[in-house]
Design a protein around this ligand. Sequence first.
Ligand code: ADP
Ligand code: ASP
Ligand code: MG
Length: 456
Amino acid sequence: MLRLPHPTGMYTRLLGLALGALTFHVGRLLAPFCASGNVMARLVMKFGGTSVADLDRIRNVARHVKREVDAGYDVAVIVSAMAGATNQLVEWSRQAAMLHDAREYDAVVATGEQVTAGLLAIVLEGMGVNARSWQGWQLPILTDNAHGSARILGVNGAELIKRFKEHGQVAVIAGFQGMHKETGRVTTLGRGGSDTSAVAIAAAIGAERCDIYTDVDGVYTTDPRVVPKAHRMDKIAYEEMLELASLGAKVMQVRSVELGMVHNVRIFVRSSFEKPEDIDPSKPPSGTLICDEGDIVEQQVVTGIAFSKDEAQISIRRVQDKPGVAAAIFGPLADSNINVDMIVQNVSGDGATTDLTFTVPSADYERARVTLEKAKGSIGYARLDGATDVAKVSVIGIGMRSHAGVAAKAFKALAEQNINILAITTSEIKFSVLIKATQTDLAVRTLHTLYGLDKA
Ligand code: ADP
Ligand code: ASP
Ligand code: MG
C-alpha cells in the first residue's frame, strides 16, 4: 500500500509562507487610533446564509451589530447570501449551459451577497446606525483570476478605517466576492467563501476578533446534526480546525482558517440565533475560539471527527507493475487539476500487473474517468472501475503526534460494527478511512464514542 499524506498539513506550511508575503494594505502593526487618540477596537462580524435567510433574520443581525457598535466597536460586517440563494444561482448557471464560462458563473453567483449587504445596510440605517454597503469590487478585495475559487491577494482596509474614523460608519461587506486585479472582473472565492472574506478583512483592519456567527453555537467534536452527543469545544487549534474543515466539516471554509493562522486572527465561532437582548456583556460569550495550539491548556489526543460524502473511488485494473506507471496515471490527473487523495496499490498477483485504487472529489469523478480513458494508451491497463457511493471518515487530533496506536483502535472498533475499510491514509495529526457511504453515520458515531468524545 502506498501512503500519501493529505496535502493540507504540508501545503499549509508552504501556503503560510506564500500568504505571509502578501500585503494586506493595512496590517495589524498599524495601531488603530481614533481622532481623540484613544484606541478604537475594531471587530469583524460575519453572518452566514441561515443567519440572513429572511428580513426578520436580517433585523436580528442588525440588532447584534448595534449591540457591538453601542459597546464602542468599529464594526465591519460580512454577509453571505440568503440561505439557498447561492444554490439557486449555481443551478441556474448549470441549466443555462452545463459548460459555462467561469467569469459569467461568478457574475451570476456573486449577486446573492449583494442583496443581503444592501438589505442589512438599509435595516441598520433604519435603526439609526450609520452604515454603508460594499461590494467586493468596490472596496476592492483583490483576487487572482481563478474564477469560481479565487484567492484573495489584498484588501483595502485603509478605506474602511478611514470611514470608521471620519464617519463612525459600519461597513457592510458582501462576502464571497472579489475583483480580479488585472481585468477588474468580479470573482468568487469558492463555496463557503464568506468566511474567508471575513478573516481577510479582519487581518486587513487589525480587528481584535473575527466573530463567525452561524446556525450552531461553535465548533463541535463532530457535526452536531449527525451526532447529537457531540459537544462544543471552547477552543480548537488552527491546525486541527484546518484538518476538520478540509476533511469535511463545513463550519469554516478551509482557506479562512489558513488565513487566520498566517495572520494570527482570533476567530470566534458563535450562534446568531442567540437573541442580542439576551447576551450579558459582562459574561464571556459562548462559542469556540480558534487559536494557537499553545493557548490550549488541556489538549486531547483526539479532538474531532469529520466526514465527507463528496468522494469518488476509481480502480484501475491490471495495470503494468513497473516503474513510471504512477507518473503515467497521476500526471494527466494533475494536469487536469484533479486532486487525488487516498491511494492504494494492491500487491501484484502475477508479478506483472497490479490494481491501483484512489479517490478524487466526486465533483471531479467524470472528468477523472475521461482523462484516464484518454491516457489509456500510455498507461496500459485492462479496465477502469469507479464508485461514488463511498465516504471518507477522518479522526483528528494534535495529540496523535505523541500517542501511538490511535488508529489501530479505530480499525478494530469499525470491524466490530461490520464496517469494511476500503482505503486508509494517515498523517501527523489525522487518519482517514474510506468506507461505504451508507455506513457513514454509524462509523462517525462509533469513533466518537470510542475516543471518549460523547457529551457527558
Ligand atoms: P453558514 O451558512 O453560517 O456559513 P454553514 O452551513 O456553512 O453555515 O456551517 C455551519 C454548519 O456546519 C452547521 O449547521 C453544522 O451542521 C455543520 N458542521 C459540520 N461539522 C461541524 C462541526 N464539527 N462543528 C459545528 N458545525 C459543524
Ligand atoms: N453564499 C456563498 C455560498 O453559499 C458563500 C458563503 O455562504 O459563505 O457558498
Ligand atoms: Mg459557511
